[in-house]
Ligand binder design. Structure first.
Ligand SMILES: [Mg+2]
Length: 221
């Protein structure tokens, strides 16, 4: 197996839920909306956020800004608030020092995902970035993983790893694409009705350590 690894972005390398909660507090304060609206925004944007989400938000809360302006502010604000833990960034550097090729395989809108990757410093630590909107293929589609490999200058033919928090998109999709898988649990139990990942860990850092120990083992054999 080649030393190729794809990481999901949201709730794998960065804490999207925490960042979104901070944003919702800020947004509702700025627009003089209450706690109830804050919770509604979290529900609305929890799974995904696209420019069209802000059409709905604008209409529902009678906001005067255009949906486009609201989306642009959202991208800027989220990029300013999001962070990647220092030990994860160091881990990515370490993986590359050990000969791993690293790709980002993420579902989402290109502008927000790119803004987050740049703001956190992840973009300069990886070999390729694959955002579903840009490649017109969402995880768990195999095409998404094939495009991610292409962006890393390789193919899926000799395998690799997929690391992410979503049992269906990351683990099921990765497995179907012929990849070994590590699930980031974030404190959740594995859904019993789905085939198990190869490994389960709580945080991205532990997944990186697992790959490094594997790489260390193989470099000495
Ligand atoms: Mg995720």
């Amino acid at each position: 197996m080649q030393r190729l690894v794809f990481f999901d972005l949201d709730n794998t390398l960065v804490d999207r839920h925490g960042t979104l909660a901070d944003w919702a507090t800020d947004f509702t304060t700025r627009h003089r909306l209450g706690e109830e609206v804050r919770q509604e925004l979290l529900d609305l944007l929890r799974e995904r956020a696209y420019p069209s989400s802000f059409d709905e938000i604008r209409t529902r809360y009678r906001l005067t800004s255009t949906a486009e302006d609201l989306w642009r502010s959202y991208c800027t604000d989220i990029a300013a608030m999001v962070s990647c833990p220092a030990d994860v960034l160091t881990g990515l550097d370490e993986l590359r020092r050990h000969g791993w090729r690293i790709g980002i395989a993420t579902n989402g809108a290109t502008d927000i995902q790119t803004a987050k990757l740049r703001a956190t410093g992840i973009h300069s630590r990886v070999d390729g970035i694959c955002v579903s909107e840009e490649v017109a293929a969402r995880k768990p589609e195999q095409e998404h993983f094939a495009q991610a490999a292409a962006r890393c200058g390789t193919t899926l033919s000799t395998g690799g790893w997929m690391i992410g928090d979503n049992p269906v998109n990351d683990i099921g999709g990765g497995r179907a694409a012929g990849l070994s898988t590590i699930w980031i649990a974030n404190g959740s139990p594995w859904p019993v009705d789905l085939p198990e990942p190869d490994h389960r860990v709580q945080h991205a850092c532990a997944a990186i350590q697992l790959l490094l120990s594997d790489s260390v083992t193989r470099s000495t054999t």
